[in-house]
Design a protein around this ligand. Structure first.
Ligand code: SF4
Length: 249
């Protein structure tokens, strides 16, 4: 069993109930920045206490950091903080919520450095890249391999996009997914943009994160907002992928 928590509520009976791993949100290695991002005074100390209690209960802990414009220059320090508190560390790039989102990493070099760090420190992301490269498929598995079912039953291709495909309280999931073939927005969501035609990593990338485009711009057409240097028309070596890819799945 695995649980995601802010760390402020300790899962006292967790280990007895089979809880072995907990993922705790951590936005920075300092109280000031962490609480600037959570907007909750005292949340850093609460996270610290939660981690200590989980570790004391023998539950393996990982911190989870959403990498944004405010903490992208602190990733090595956050990883060191995690190690010092007996936790592994997980990182994921921030998904912009609107045009000119101040938390989005707009500087291309900082974004590439963050992607390098995230991929270099994650076996999961590296193995996903190996798999997608080997079988020549796109990194994003939304709708083709996974869907999201929200608490109210709404089905969407991924958790980051408002693209409702129906509700499992009203129809079986199989029927909803079968009917989705007629959804024009879903078709645009899945298609690789024409402007990516010349790109040598288009099979792997597929035009990037369409959830970002739909959420930020209301428009599924066109390539990923973070792709500032593509299309890549020359050869792209495996080690260069973190500098080219505008997203992770
Ligand atoms: S790297 Fe950029 S140009 Fe290439 S497929 Fe991805 S979004 Fe399109």
């Amino acid at each position: 069993m695995l649980v995601r928590t802010r760390g402020s509520k300790v899962v006292r009976a967790g280990s007895d109930a089979g809880l072995r791993t907990a993922i705790v949100s951590l936005h920075a290695d300092s109280p000031a920045l962490h609480e600037q991002l959570t907007q909750q005074p005292g949340s850093f100390d609460a996270t610290l206490r939660g981690l200590a209690n989980l570790n004391a209960a023998g539950i393996r802990t990982y911190t989870f950091t959403v990498v944004c414009s405010l903490n992208c220059d602190r990733l090595g320090d956050i990883a060191a903080w995690g190690r010092a508190h007996a936790s592994g560390t997980l990182f994921f790039p921030y998904i912009p919520r609107r045009a000119n989102d101040p938390l989005s990493i707009s500087d291309a070099q900082s974004f590439q450095q963050a992607m390098h760090f995230i991929i270099d420190t994650s076996y999961v992301f590296r193995s996903a890249l190996v798999y997608a490269t080997t079988v020549q498929t796109r990194l994003c598995r939304a709708f083709t391999q996974t869907v999201t079912i929200l608490a109210d039953g709404t089905v969407t291709p991924c958790p980051f996009v408002s693209l409702p495909l129906g509700n499992v309280r009203e129809a079986p999931l199989y029927d909803l997914l079968s009917r989705a073939a007629d959804n024009a927005m879903l078709e645009a969501f899945l298609l690789t943009p024409v402007e990516c035609d010349a790109c040598n990593i288009r099979v792997l990338c597929g035009g990037g994160c369409k959830a970002t485009r739909i959420t930020a711009l209301g428009d599924p057409h066109g390539k990923d907002l973070h792709c500032q240097n593509g299309p890549f028309t020359g050869p792209v070596a495996w080690r260069q992928l973190p500098e080219c890819l505008p997203y992770l799945y």
